[in-house]
Design a protein around this ligand. Sequence first.
Ligand code: G6P
Length: 594
Amino acid sequence: MCGIVGYIGTEDARGIILNGLKRLEYRGYDSAGITLFNGDDDTFHVYKDKGRVAHLEEITDFSYRSVLGIGHTRWATHGVPNQINSHPQSSDSGRFFVVHNGVIDNYKELITSHLNESVFASDTDTEVIAHLIEKFSYRMSVSEAIRKTMSLLEGSYALAIIDTYNPYKLYACKNKSPLVIGVGDNGVVVASDVMACVGYSDKFVPLEDKTFVEIDGATYRIMDIIGKVVPHVEKPIDVDYFNIEKGEYSHFMLKEINEQPAVLRNIIGAYFDGDEVLLNGEIQQAIRDSDRLYIVAAGTSMNAGQIGRELFEKMAGIPTEVHIASEFAYNLPLLSKNPLFIFISQSGETADLRAVLVNIKAKGYRSLTITNVKTSTLAREADHFVEILAGPEIAVASTKAYTAQIAILAILAYGLSDKHINLRKELSKVAISMENIIDKRDYIDKLVKDYLTKRNCFYIGRGIDYYGCLESSLKLKEISYIQTEGFAAGELKHGTIALIEQDTPVIAIISQRAIAKNTRSNLNEVKSRGAKTLVIATRGVHEPDDQIVVDDVYELFSPMLTVVPAQFIAYYAALHRGYDIDKPRNLAKSVTVE
Ligand code: G6P
């Protein structure tokens, strides 16, 4: 959470940083700020405030030339979002400016042990870092002062630092929070995500934990905490600029929902040779060698993991457990003898997952990451990784990454199954059926207008549809703020049915022949207590009054289809309420704090 961008070179730092911050706003958008060097009169200027990057742009002075700066978009952890708590934070005398992504766990102890005399302007943990650097800079070089500060910090940080005494240098360092440097002909960018570098850098270097980098406009030196130069490899930036723009769509979420058939076809193109699955043999072997799979994930990726468990157990007969990363990290269950850990993460950066990965690696267990970002920390640090090939997903509410994750899990499970279906054909059918739903989006829009009029809503389903309900309800609540829960349909009567009143919306997902009747009878139970019901059903099990009917596909793949109307339901509910669909309140797309 929080996005940082810094630049030093010969180009317009202000433009590069503001544009980079806009691209990183998915990481947090409570407040934003920038420190710029005015090359015309050798002065530094800070612009920062509560609010979005668009507001920061309005309050930034564009009248002078600037070739050095650092910027920040914030997701508040310490201190409410306001002008003073916005980054950059500065040191006692104002000599150093710092932008920070992460959380310093021991900042209070550091104040007591090192900064008793300091006066703090903000409530942030970040300000402590700026003060420490300044304090140490009185008796050592700036590079040493920053590395000395790093050695004291406990927690997570990606930092970009400016020393106002030296406008020819930019400094950065990291531990646990992601940070890359982008390298181009006209300067160097430091950023939380390579997306901020697209268009300005041709190559990038992902920094390792506990590394420090000293940059002048043309060159950079990466060091470890004691100042020893660390070898590194520059990688090409292959993100397509057009993929990170909205194009003709009013929102990224709408674009990303619509991209799902194309993503699925992309996956089929990459992971099949004819009807045969193309997968790294070592990955197949790692799954084969394990006696139990442990899927670890958060949010939407965890919901995809629940479908993954069904796929691994029902298609391939491999016992599988799914765990919430933040729980698993500090409450390890009894493990099997040969576990394989599967981390599912769109961003590949979620801190809770990283905590588990570090923990299980230390115990010598094997790991596989399924991610959309091949350069991410989780992709780099696991023994194996598989890319979901969904293309950049910008809207905070995840859509195409979910269906892509399920497709990849199906491919992994299929490799170890008795191959009783033609997977390529079945996935292609899903892609066509997704298009059929997308064509009906105006109809869903109208349905939502009359239907979702209350403050709450329930999704109910059984079996694999129950897991679909968890994802569908997450979509609706995160962007429309309607209090929505997904329930196993049969469980509703053990308590939650007490909440059903006249016109409470209840949406049922029904796609499995064997249990369709059971869900229908649960639906009748809520109907007879006044609920206003809506049904998303597959053709084979639908009834004449069902409002949304989707095509029949291989039953275990139906969540990839039934989620599409649910994504539209969430989208239109938020649109009708006038909410910021791509950046819902209090949320961030990449959760890099535990
Ligand atoms: C945040 C995002 C969700 C996402 C979750 C896990 O909560 O808002 O959309 O599902 O993090 O993120 P990951 O990148 O690990 O899939």
